[in-house]
Design a protein around this ligand. Structure first.
Ligand SMILES: Cc1ncc(COP(=O)(O)O)c(C=O)c1O
Length: 453
């Protein structure tokens, strides 16, 4: 018998009752990808309050790369629970914070001397990366990318690209943020093709410094090594080298946002490693805490030391429980073959998804790096018109049949895989069977329409 067990129509009666209470008590601005209310979770599965069991391709939006409730993470947290919960590191510091900073300095790319600051969330970490870059360079400008997602606070919304639902209605945003196209080859902003394009989009940064903002006014370029919310877009291998060469030439820092791509998701601890990229500042969060809230800003020591004492911090930043969990997560990556598992998941997904693509042209592109995989759905391969409604339909079919997925992309037409890396081979096939059936439903309908017209 498989892992998935669907015993009631989804949502079940208890989930429905909770949804009613939620509508009365919680603002509608907080939306949910599924109507499923969770009762418990282990490894790569979730069980809802009605006793239905799902495989989890969302992993808390990429926060559970090591799996739900892994024993070493639970033991580390329990051990910390027995000692103290909170003191505030700015009042009476503790060793867990220091140990984690030391480990982060070791495991992030780049052999240079580094320092690490811990905070609570991805957005808070990006805010701090910007503060630190500005303090170091004494410049204000930040260059961000189309299709980027860096968070929901006001500064990170200024850096984030997608308008609806993230930015619309929340302006004004902090100024001095400039946006350039990312290497989204499937939808190239310049209608060029790699490799004939000679990475025009990266080289164009030089032009931006002439026509948009002077390089001497720019503190940093910030980029995700693989776009997360933007749709799991993987730039060509030499893209970041061209980009960072230009940054270096102009004394502009490079910040890698590895909040979603980090902690083993792409088959390396950090996606930057795939490109030989050594960011001046690297931001990680999500799976760092193994399910607890935590984020890290790791960078060259001289850059990190730019803000003066008291310039950085936060009451709960680097919470002792989260630090203990993160140290256990790092141990798991050292001991277990999770990185190889991410690569296996990626290879297996690509094999099956490329077969699906042959049958259903609604699948415009299959792409990804390691265990960070996605399919982009289009109305037709020729027009590449985004198929957002069909994507929603696929996601809905999946959760109604026991697979939790989430969508992504500036056009909301991407299904992404952020499954805990501890999923077994049999569970992975079980999950992909559900996804295949969902795609068959929309794909066959589209094929039928194409035949008639
Ligand atoms: C690349 C990236 N940066 C930043 C963030 C913001 O992180 P948080 O939601 O923890 O604030 C996210 C969240 O999805 C992300 O994917």
């Amino acid at each position: 018998m498989g892992t998935i067990q669907v015993k009631t129509p989804i949502p079940g009666p208890k989930s429905k009752a909770l949804a009613e209470r939620r509508a009365a008590a919680v603002p509608r601005g907080l939306s949910h990808a599924t109507p499923i209310y969770v009762a418990k979770a282990e490894d790569a599965w979730l069980e809802d309050v009605d006793g239905n069991r799902y495989l989890d391709f969302a992993g808390g939006i990429g926060c559970l790369n090591v799996g739900h409730r892994q024993e070493p993470v639970l033991s580390a947290v329990e051990e910390q629970l027995a000692r103290f919960l909170h003191t505030c590191v700015q009042v009476t510091p503790y060793e867990g914070y220091i140990r984690l900073a030391e480990r982060m300095n070791q495991v992030t790319p780049g052999k240079f001397s580094k320092k690490t600051l811990l905070v609570n969330s991805g957005a808070e970490a990006i805010e701090n990366a910007v503060k630190i870059a500005r303090a170091h360079t004494r410049r204000g400008g930040i260059i961000a990318f189309e299709d980027a997602f860096h968070g929901r606070t006001l500064m990170t919304l200024a850096l984030t690209s997608k308008t609806h639902p993230y930015k619309a209605g929340f302006a004004p945003f902090p100024s001095d943020v400039h946006r350039i196209p990312y290497a989204y080859c499937y939808r190239c902003s310049y209608s060029l093709q790699y490799p004939e394009c000679n990475l025009y989009c990266a080289r164009h940064l030089e032009d931006t410094f002439k026509r948009v903002v002077a390089s001497e006014d720019v503190a940093a370029v910030i980029a995700e090594p693989v776009l997360g919310e933007g749709g799991f877009v993987v730039p060509p291998p030499d893209y970041f080298r061209v980009l960072t060469d230009i940054c270096r030439k102009h004394g502009v820092l490079f910040i890698a946002d590895e909040v979603q791509s980090g902690f083993g998701r792409t088959g390396r601890l950090f996606a930057s490693e795939h490109y030989g990229l050594e960011p001046d500042i690297l931001v990680s969060a999500k799976s760092l805490g193994g399910g607890l809230p935590l984020a890290a800003i790791t960078g060259r020591a001289d850059i990190m030391d730019a803000p003066g004492p008291g310039g950085l911090g936060g009451t709960f930043a680097g919470n002792p429980l989260s630090c203990a969990a993160a140290l256990a997560v790092l141990d798991l990556f050292e001991r277990q073959d999770l990185l190889e598992r991410a690569n296996q998941i990626g290879r297996h997904f690509q094999k099956r998804a490329k077969e699906w693509q042959k049958r259903w042209p609604i699948i415009g592109e299959v792409r990804g790096l390691g265990g960070m995989q996605a399919i982009e759905l289009v109305k037709s391969p020729e027009s590449r018109e985004p198929a957002a409604d069909e994507t929603k339909e696929v996601s809905r079919y999946c959760y109604e049949h026991g697979l939790v997925t989430i969508t992504a992309g500036s056009y909301s037409n991407v299904i992404r895989v952020l499954v805990p890396l501890v999923i077994t081979g049999a569970q992975m096939d079980e999950a992909l069977d559900v996804l295949e059936a969902a795609l068959e439903a929309v794909g066959e309908r589209q094929n039928a329409v194409a035949q008639v017209t």
